[in-house]
Design a protein around this ligand. Structure first.
Ligand code: JF5
Length: 224
């Protein structure tokens, strides 16, 4: 799979792309990440990529021409723009993207991008949460990681891809490993009982209780 990244900070991606399973997937050719420096499409001697908003107001807006120049050659790919005003990212969206041959992620900056880009050059506007970042680079990395772990052969044990949070709409149960006691804090006896039916029953209760307490929205209840 190829992921194109359009950014004014390609150096932001250097270490994350070389590290851990993302680095390994790139080495093995399972994943190809192409960084496109938006500054190369900037206007004038200053390579300008932003300008003040029509109608007035604070901050700057990313101009249409540099983004159009960067996106024109990528018109045949699935193009995603990160913005706090997008549809929320979820596991089903990552599953869908992981099946594609090539996607393009556009990292917004400043107060946002000229709406004509969103309208004519973007397939999906996506948010990674109800907070504001300085730019879409962290969101791009979240998508690169979330998609990479779904690619064939990246995660050693495929059932660990399947059984994690959100697959069945519930949060995961708590996990423990050795030692059985640390500073007087013990592991629940049930997990050391060897009774696998009882253990699975306990884990299901824990998933439901956690989801009720932390994410009632996942159960179709009103938020918080
Ligand atoms: C961005 C203008 C894009 O801050 C975000 C973001 C928050 N949730 N999801 C995405 O994206 C970067 C910042 C300002 C446009």
């Amino acid at each position: 799979m190829r992921i194109n990244v359009i950014t004014i900070f390609p150096e932001f991606f250097t270490s994350p792309l070389d590290t851990s399973l993302v680095g390994k997937a790139r080495e093995e050719g399972t994943l190809d990440v192409v960084l496109h420096d938006l500054r190369e499409q900037g206007k004038g001697v200053h390579r300008q990529i932003d300008d003040s908003p029509f109608g007035g107001g604070a901050g700057m807006v990313m101009m249409v021409e540099p983004l159009a120049a960067a996106l024109d050659p990528l018109a045949d790919t699935h193009r995603i723009l990160f913005t706090p005003g997008g549809r929320p990212l979820d596991q089903a969206t990552l599953d869908r993207w992981a099946m594609l041959d090539e996607i393009t992620v556009v990292c917004g900056r400043y107060e946002g991008v000229d709406e004509r880009i969103a309208e004519h050059f973007i397939d999906e506007e996506i948010s990674i949460g109800d907070y504001v970042l300085l730019g879409g680079e962290v969101a791009a990395l979240a998508v690169i990681e979330g998609v990479t772990r779904l690619l064939d052969g990246v995660v050693g044990n495929p059932t660990s891809v399947e059984t994690e949070s959100f697959r069945d709409g519930l949060l995961e149960e708590p996990q423990y490993t050795r030692p059985a006691e640390f500073r007087g804090w013990t592991v629940p006896d049930i997990l050391r009982s060897g009774d696998h039916a009882k253990i699975e029953e306990w884990r299901q209760e824990q998933r439901e209780e956690r989801t009720r307490e932390r994410r009632p929205d996942l159960l179709g209840e009103v938020d918080q």
